[in-house]
Design a protein around this ligand. Structure first.
Ligand SMILES: C[S@@+](CC[C@H](N)C(=O)[O-])C[C@H]1O[C@@H](n2cnc3c(N)ncnc32)[C@H](O)[C@@H]1O
Length: 189
């Protein structure tokens, strides 16, 4: 479960993101993170569905990593965390190590587009990277039947093309939730 210590770390990262958004830092220097409410929902979904193999595309400095790694601690599973930017991933590693969650994370540095084809049997995936890559990365996911894909920022960034794309998958069920910056939650057949 998410403990108060996990929640404090999530709040610390989120408050830094909000402060950076209000400053004059360039986009490259800013940390972009998942809203804490979305992290709570992601955690509850992964634990409730007893997910043992999860992937996040865009781990950044680690709010979603904390949420999903804590879920993997509860289910006995592993989170594969994909991130292209080394400093953000290094910070995430430091945080999960401090929380004792690092043993539940398989960190991979590099382009998710190159890594995804080799990652099969995924039960839950989070897509939280550059918005123009959402459709392409969704199509590269190798999900297990009944797997769930969560995409962040669908409301904040009006990701109508992505939403239409996932809803066109035959047999898929998909809903937009106004949680955090807007989550599209898609259950595959
Ligand atoms: C919005 S942030 C992710 C926030 C993170 N999920 C969290 O909860 O803190 C997006 C991240 O995606 C990473 N990213 C962008 N393109 C990527 C790619 N092709 N492969 C892997 N990571 C990528 C960026 O470097 C950035 O750190």
């Amino acid at each position: 479960m998410l403990t108060e210590t996990h929640r404090r770390e999530i709040s610390r990262l989120w408050e830094r993101k909000v402060a950076q958004d209000a400053s004059s830092l360039s986009n490259a220097e800013r940390h972009r993170n998942l809203h804490p409410d979305s992290a709570e929902l992601l955690h509850a979904l992964a634990v409730g569905l007893r997910v043992k193999r999860a992937v996040e595309i865009g781990g950044s400095s680690g709010i979603s990593t904390i949420a999903l790694a804590a879920a993997m601690q509860a289910t006995g599973g592993t989170l594969i965390s994909l991130e292209i930017e080394p400093r953000r991933q290094a910070e995430s590693k430091e945080t999960t190590a401090r929380l004792g969650l690092d043993v539940h994370v398989d960190y991979r540095l590099g382009d998710a587009g190159a890594a995804l084809p080799a990652i099969a049997d995924v039960e839950m995936a989070l897509i939280d990277c550059e918005k123009q890559d959402y459709v392409r990365f969704f199509d590269r996911l190798r999900m297990r039947a009944g797997g769930v894909v969560v995409a962040d920022n669908v409301l904040s960034h009006h990701l109508t093309e992505y939403v239409a794309h996932v809803r066109a998958v035959p047999g898929a069920e998909s809903i937009t939730l106004a949680v955090g910056q807007g989550l599209e939650i898609t259950r595959l057949p």
